[in-house]
Design a protein around this ligand. Sequence first.
Ligand code: T6T
Length: 363
Amino acid sequence: MYKKQVLVAFSLALVFAMLLSSCGAPAATTVAPTTAPATSAPAATSAPATQAPATSAPATAAPTTKTWKIGFLAGTVDPFYTTMQRGAAQAAADLGVDLITQVPSTWNVTAQTPMLSAMVARGDLNLIFLAPVDKDAMIAPLQAANAAGIPIITVDTYIGNGDYAAGPVTFPLSFIASDNYLGGQIACRALADALNKTGKIYIQNVTPGISSTDAREQGCKDVLKAEYPNVTMVGVDYNGDDATKAQAQVDAELQKYPDLGGIFGTNVFSAQGAGTVVKNKGLSGKVKVVAFDATKDAINMLSDGTVDLVIAQKPGDMGFFAVEMAMAYLDGVTSIPKHIPTGYAVITRDNMNDPNISKFFYK
Ligand code: T6T
């Protein structure tokens, strides 16, 4: 049983790494599995491979009589996490794991923290994986959960600096996510090229402190600075993950800069807000938009010419791997990779009907 699970987990990781390079995704940095520092993983490293996790792993019985119960705490209600949940549910069904999902209605620490506490308080979860909504503010609540005996994996976003092997925060078992800095570079390179390397670009972002969207913003800014001397980054607005607020901000920006050439929408609601205003003002094609996240809405706007590029993450894979790594860990595997990078599919009007690309649309 143990051998089969380990084999499944790591062969899938290998297959997925190969898939990344074959689906047109830009090369993602593949980080080789690292052995967890003895102090960072809650399970005793000396546990024989055939035994259930020892002492500091959850105080529940070994899986001979009990099914592992894994908690998933999303960032908020959006198609990205719905797709992630689908991937996680698939792995849970394949592996016979119980999956308990909680989704905060808004993206913020005050919504996510009590949900995390409630998941810990139920007392029956063997591990929790989640997308922490703030890289600093979620450290303490997660540390408390871990101290209560719950192993933690983060998906999509990280706490600390995301380096769980050697960074300031090492207790999470793994960080499973896109390379968001790379994503920001891809987005703004495409935007600047669409402007023939000259003009003004603006970023519509969520809230400072979110590891994913902060890195996308930074990747965008750095690539413009390094490679496009004639492109000016005129500003960044933060919409708090609210498409209506994003629309108002984009509207104001277009009034301020009537010659604005391009907008980078760094996530679902930022891109949705940007695309909606550009379309409603009849500026489709004139003001270029690059959208992060392959929602139905983003794909429709790609189709009608409002959006020029959609960057699809692979949330389903993140959820799937999180459950697999959770199970491997709970079954006593001691070399869970501290970082599992997933990749992107870069979607254009030219490739959007290719089934190898459309399979990455969020569902
Ligand atoms: O872009 C995703 C996710 O990667 C990010 O961390 C937060 O926003 C989304 O959930 C999309 O809304």
